[in-house]
Unconditional design. Sequence first.
Length: 172
Amino acid sequence: MRDVLTRLKAQGFSQLTDVGGADYLRRSPRFDVVYHLTALPTRVASIAEVGKPKRVRVLCGVDEGVSVPTVYDLWPSANWAEREVFDLFGIAFSGHPDLRRIEMPDDWEGHPLRKDYPVRGPARDRTPRPPFPGKENVGSRIPPTREAAERLRREINERLHHDDHQTSEEKS
């Protein structure tokens, strides 16, 4: 698989758009790693050719427990995408410089996009995510009150009404 991707890069597929995964629980090989590559035009193009990059999707079948060689050295943009596939599917990328969880908390058990991941189960205590500095409202579990929603609606309407009645000199 790596030799195919290396040849595609040499043929002008210089952009790795994404790396994804797919789980086929009852198939062998169970997983697919999917590489989305783009070759952007490198020569002066006519108007008819502009905006027509070549695209290719490369599927790599992977058995459970088998690692895939990283393509981070070919396309540095693979860094986080490979980490995401590892985190959500459990597919390891050998040679990756920093293969650790990227989406799920460090103490999360399992890989949630696998078909055999339990949908229901007992609630577990997990490490809370750190707060976003200066963003106290992000991730708030307190739903807005009816009064707060009404106050916001009135404020928006007042601003719109005020803007409509400004003269052209006041607006500039």
